[in-house]
Ligand binder design. Structure first.
Ligand SMILES: [Zn+2]
Length: 610
């Protein structure tokens, strides 16, 4: 292709060549001029002829076009004028209507205010209205009811006359029911389940005579469970309305010393981040909108993974963070581990590392908690349905401190302590709560089994033979989850040719029905002391004898001597490997010993040397 630039260059060179040739040769110049003149003449002639043709031929068509143009313009002008007139007319109409509307409105409001004035004047003067409006609502109701029963005998027009006085006889009157609805009862029962809410550990925490219960989960989660478990699809707002006032969402301070550090620490860190999101936009981008409860997060595997990878972004930040957490500290005096709240300042990266670990732990913790609750529920269910199964839920209460009502101040240095092992027994057609009290404060395995003897004896005397015995308890290593406890389980299983299973609830979430019974027993003991100031209670037996009369809880006592003689029968034992992670152990009638880390996990046969 030849470009435009090349053509221009060629033309320029051609013109330069021509000029050069005309300059050097006169004959070429003359010849060129003649040729140029002839060409220009020809061109002028062609133009003239073309003008002539144009002037002659198209005259008629141009006039046609012009006249059409004029017509069109006229028509358009006429149309525009017409539309404009119509628009003006409509506008006038609208204005007129608006005016009328305003006038009508004014008239109406005048009429209404006149009516109101009328009513005011008539009520002030009508003695019937005055009378009706001044009798009590209940007498009005009574009168209405009597009128209703006489409705047939009233003269025509009475109903409408009475309606003007505010008495409606057209519908049958139904008094509002004072009994709570079935739904309300169902919701209350559900909320009081031990895996939904937990009784306040402090027996003094009561509201309207009911022990306060703390929710173990966020209310929305509880609502979801209510819908799935009861099949009652009530709306969330209805559900929240029926939550009784003694069931409350706890805060970190409500648990006293019974708080679950595994649950609380990540929640506190999560709330800390939420408080800081307005100061650091990076934190805001990491958090999930609408999430307030960390336990809601960890039950969703995908969400947890996302959240943890989001958190990792914060590690690159340089700012420091001051936060609180609960740590187990040794008490100076008693050498017992106590949960203490401490404040820590660290770099955000350290905070994130800690928080990530806690979320990881919480995930397993919640999973174990759910599995063990489910296992406990199944064990209870089985005991209630089958003749040969018994399930016992047990727990040591905090010791009862016995003080005499008229005690000398001087004797306060000595405080009598009473141990209480309380619990509940499920069997087919025979469920009961129990309490075993002693002046000895030993809470070890031998004491547990000594205290349980009267209950185990009554199982032996049951009409149908018990072949499966389930225990449910919290999981402190010192009390039930240890080699001594396992040895005693095996002894009982092989001696009685039965299967003994022990379900350990996840630590921090094991206190429930047994704890509640313990609290009731202690309240009765308090009352016994307070109402009988002249009685002197010196030991557990005195107290138990006194409160036995006023309770349906089966009460027993045991002594230090009984524990000691029981302990003598236990040989020296070697520890069972992995005990700390067991959450279910089973001993078969032949003495074979099985353990599981969670009740729905894999079972393995253990080698034990006892
Ligand atoms: Zn917990």
């Amino acid at each position: 292709m030849v470009s435009r630039r090349q053509i221009q260059l060629y033309n320029l060179k051609y013109r330069q060549k021509l000029q050069h040739r005309r300059a050097i040769s006169k004959s070429f110049d003359l010849h060129f001029k003649a040729k140029q003149n002839a060409r220009q003449r020809k061109c002028r002639q062609r133009k003239k002829e073309a003008q002539k043709n144009v002037a002659i031929v198209p005259i008629s068509s141009s006039t046609k076009i012009d006249s059409r143009k004029v017509e069109g313009a006229k028509r358009r002008r006429a149309n525009a004028r017409k539309s404009k007139n119509e628009a003006e007319k409509l506008l006038k109409q609208v204005q007129q209507l608006q005016k009328e509307n305003r006038a009508i409105k004014r008239l109406l409001s005048q009429q209404r205010s006149a009516e109101v004035n009328d009513v005011n004047t008539t009520t002030a003067t009508s003695p019937t209205h005055l009378f009706i409006n001044n009798i009590s609502p209940s007498s009005k109701k009574r009168a209405t009811k009597r009128l209703l029963s006489e409705k047939e005998n009233l003269p025509r027009g009475s109903v409408s006359k009475l309606r003007k006085l505010g008495v409606n006889l057209s519908n049958n009157y139904d008094p509002p029911s004072s009994t709570p609805s079935i739904l309300q009862k169902e919701i209350e029962d559900f909320l009081c389940q031990d895996d939904i809410s937990k009784q306040a550990p402090d027996k003094k925490k009561q509201l309207h005579g009911k022990q306060i219960r703390y929710l173990l989960h966020h209310l929305s989660t509880v609502h979801q469970r209510f819908v799935t478990e009861t099949g009652n699809s009530c709306h969330y707002s209805t559900f929240t309305r029926y939550v009784p006032d003694f069931v409350i969402k706890p805060n970190a301070n409500d648990w006293g010393t019974c708080l679950c550090v595994t649950c609380l620490n990540p929640q506190m860190k999560f709330e800390k981040l939420q408080n800081l999101k307005s100061r650091y936009s990076i934190i805001k981008s990491v958090l999930i909108d609408g999430l307030t409860d960390i336990t809601e997060l960890v039950t969703d595997e995908i969400k947890t993974k996302d959240f943890k990878s989001n958190l990792a972004i914060l590690k690159d930040e340089q700012f420091t963070i001051t936060y609180s957490e609960w740590i187990k500290k040794k008490n100076d005096e008693s050498n017992i581990l106590v949960s203490t709240k401490t404040t820590i300042t660290s770099f955000i990266a350290d905070f994130v590392n800690k928080f990530t670990n806690e979320i990881e732990n919480l995930t397993h913790h919640i999973d174990r908690m759910r599995q063990q609750f489910r296992a406990a529920k199944n064990a209870r269910q089985m005991a209630m349905e089958e003749d040969d199964v018994a399930t016992i839920h047990l727990d040591w209460s905090e010791n009862f401190k016995l003080k005499q009502a008229r005690q000398d101040k001087a004797s306060y240095y000595y405080e009598q302590q009473i141990s209480i092992l309380s619990g509940y027994v499920w069997m087919k057609n025979n469920n009961y709560s129990f309490g075993c009290a002693s002046d000895d404060t030993n809470h070890m395995s031998e004491a547990t089994w000594t205290a349980l003897q009267p209950i185990l004896n009554s199982l032996q005397n049951n009409s149908s033979k018990i072949t499966k015995l389930n225990f449910i308890s919290d999981s402190p290593v010192s009390q039930y989850r240890n080699k001594t406890s396992f040895y005693l389980m095996k002894q009982y299983a092989t001696n009685n040719k039965i299967t003994v299973k022990w379900i350990f609830l996840e630590s921090g979430h094991g206190k429930n029905i047994a704890d509640a019974i313990g609290a009731t027993i202690k309240r009765s003991m308090d009352q016994a002391v307070a109402f009988h100031p002249d009685e002197s209670y010196t030991n557990a037996l005195d107290l138990i004898d006194d409160i036995k009369k006023n309770t349906t809880i089966k009460l027993f006592t045991y002594t230090k001597n009984e524990i000691d003689s029981f302990k003598k029968r236990i040989p020296s034992l070697t520890a069972v490997k992995g005990t700390a992670s067991f959450h279910e152990v089973t001993v078969k009638p032949d003495g074979q010993f099985y353990a599981k880390n969670t009740s729905f996990g894999t079972e393995r046969l253990l080698k034990v040397d006892f």
